[in-house]
Design a protein around this ligand. Structure first.
Ligand code: GLC
Length: 601
């Protein structure tokens, strides 16, 4: 296996690296290299602009997620802020992303990186003022970028005035805003979301000597969604932020918000109608508004969360595919990934999956079998310190894959899947992690902008979280500025993928199927929409693989390589015989380059 870190490539072997990173796939008749004319880099595709006016704009979009706290500090206090983020909008626009999902930015004691909110209607003053926020929203709008925010309504911080009032006395008007039990619940130590760190889900409160429910940490008491007053407040919160200009929400911890609390067992019942209700509130204020749900569920539950006609959540993260994708990358075999793709295929027309490689949490591998999980641990997180909550890995993707060809392949795969790609700040430059930080903070270090103190994130002597300054992922090797200049960089590869994705609407609009590649390691997906098709090929194995495709299955006897701009014809037997190098990938349009779909959305 090639194990060449970015630093080595950039400092010592730039030309070799260029070759390694982008010299695939070699097919029998053509050789593909990433040769993207620079002129396409900063240009928005007309397709994305056309789509941005429709209610289903999110289907052909790319979402970028960041935490204001660690993105860019404009005032030198060591903490990122809205003014800093506004200054970086042109950079985000240059990636051609369509929406930003912001991690929580409301006032917080900050014991769970802002997910412990103490005022739903405020802005944490460390990040700036409401004016700064409004300025940010309006500058983003000028650039045609929509803003989604985290909506964390399963729980509050224990420092929220509502909880303080609730725990004061059993007669408090806020008592029923949270879930209290007088007797010790039988499931006190079952169903913790953070096993190993969290000891229980019911904690005895000293003031009234009763137990309160918290599916997460004990400083995050669960709101009582059975209480109509709480539900009315959620409506108020949703409409409040939509009126402030956000285009929707990443709904935190969906299954927990809609579950009916109980004191026994671990499998709680869910009230799915609550999701439809929320979606309607969003629509009332913003017909193009979206709810993107965080629900790590089994495929059989998908329809409950999307709604049988797509009337519940517009989008959900596809955690199921994510974990099988990690298994596929670890094992080099596609079988479990294809099964996961098929299992999540049938969803109502208006809704869409969101696909990601990494998010701000651990890579959650809980839905894999023990053997599969062990395989992923062995390959990507062998040390105990890299693992978390008995189910996942707390590393960034670049150090996990630790191989540029495989990293390039992983991103090509992400953008080729039938879902909206979500990329996390720093991924586009292959940032690393800091395993000396606790739990998930390892993957939440400040953005690396330039090769200068604090990576240019801040001029303060101490930053909110340490900047990665040492080793191969330190800012002197991994930063935006140097990658801007390097045509073979990760940053420019991600830009090219965004462009490829947006120029090929078949992926989000069309039907897809998996073709038999004849190899257990090579995934071949075919998309078809309005007279135009694509064949996208990914070899997950480190070894070269031979692929044979029947032209009639692929949908035509000519494939046009969208990366190398070369043609590939089927042989006289009607077969494409391709040789895919280790971790090679190819994006083909069926027929000529000019065969575009007949019409747009
Ligand atoms: C979600 C968030 C996670 C947070 C938790 C509690 O799972 O992704 O970061 O800790 O909710 O709010």
């Amino acid at each position: 296996m090639q194990n060449i870190p970015f630093r080595l490539g950039w400092l010592v072997l730039p030309l070799v690296l260029l070759q390694l990173f982008f010299s695939e796939p070699q097919t029998s008749t053509l050789s593909v290299r990433v040769t993207r004319p620079t002129s396409v880099l900063h240009k928005n595709s007309s397709l994305s602009r056309a789509d941005s006016t429709t209610k289903t704009w999110y289907k052909n979009s790319v979402i970028y997620t960041l935490d204001v706290e660690v993105f860019y500090d404009s005032d030198g206090d060591g903490i990122g802020d809205f003014r800093g983020l506004t200054q970086k909008l042109d950079y985000l626009k240059s990636l051609d992303i369509d929406a930003i999902w912001l991690a929580p930015f409301q006032p917080t004691p900050n014991k769970d990186d802002g997910y412990d909110i103490s005022d739903f209607y405020g802005i944490d003053k460390r990040f700036g003022t409401f004016n700064d926020f409004s300025e940010f929203i309006s500058e983003a709008k000028k650039r045609d970028i929509r803003i989604l925010m985290d909506l964390v309504i399963n729980h509050t911080s224990d420092e929220y005035s509502w909880f303080k009032a609730s725990r004061k006395s059993k007669d408090s008007p806020y008592r029923d805003w949270y879930v209290w039990k007088s007797k010790q619940p039988a499931n006190q130590n079952k169903g913790m979301v953070f096993p190993g760190v969290q000891k229980e889900i019911w904690t005895l409160d000293s003031l009234t000597n009763e137990y309160y429910l918290h599916r997460f940490y004990n400083f995050e008491p669960d709101l009582n969604a059975q209480n109509p007053e709480v539900v009315a407040e959620v409506e108020k919160i949703i409409k409040y932020w939509l009126k402030k200009g956000v285009a929707g929400f990443r709904l935190d911890a969906v299954p927990f918000y809609i579950e009916v609390p109980q004191t026994k067992g671990e499998n709680f019942e869910h009230e799915y109608d609550k999701l439809v209700q929320m979606r309607n509130w969003v629509k009332e204020v913003r017909p193009d508004g979206v709810i993107l749900g965080e629900a790590n569920i089994e495929p059989k539950e998908n329809m409950n969360y999307f709604g049988d006609k797509g009337q519940a959540m517009n989008m959900m993260f596809n955690f199921y595919v994510n974990q099988h994708l990690f298994y596929a990358l670890a094992s080099g075999e596609i079988k479990s990934l294809t099964k996961a793709l098929e299992a999540t295929k049938d969803i109502p027309q208006p809704v869409q999956w969101a696909q990601f490689l990494r998010n701000h949490d651990e890579v959650d591998l809980a839905r894999l079998s023990n053997n599969q999980r062990e395989k992923v641990y062995k390959e990507f997180g062998p040390d105990k310190n890299m693992q978390l909550y008995d189910r996942g890995i707390r590393r960034r993707i670049a150090p996990m894959l630790h191989n540029q060809k495989r990293l390039a392949l992983a991103y090509s795969l992400l953008f080729s899947l039938p879902s909206t790609p979500v990329i996390r700040y720093g991924e586009e430059i292959g940032m690393g992690d800091d395993l000396t930080l606790k739990e998930r903070e390892s993957v939440r270090t400040p953005m690396q902008w330039i090769n200068a103190p604090n990576a240019g994130f801040s001029t303060a002597s101490k930053t909110v979280r340490p900047v990665i300054s040492q080793g191969e992922y330190g800012y002197s090797h991994v930063n935006v500025k140097s990658q801007e200049k390097d045509p073979s960089s990760m940053l420019n590869w991600v830009r090219q993928l965004i462009h490829l994705r947006k120029s090929n609407p078949q992926i989000r609009q069309g039907d897809w199927k998996i073709l038999d590649s004849g190899s257990p390691n090579v995934l071949v997906m075919q998309y078809e929409w309005n007279g135009s098709g694509l064949v996208l090929i990914h070899n997950l194995d480190e070894e070269t693989q031979k692929v044979e495709l029947k032209a009639k299955d692929a949908g035509g006897d000519m494939l046009f390589d969208l990366i190398s701009k070369k043609k590939n014809e089927a042989n006289e037997k009607g077969l494409y015989q391709l040789t895919m190098p280790g971790y090679g990938y190819a994006w083909y349009r069926i027929g000529n380059e000019s065969v575009l779909p007949n019409k747009q959305d």
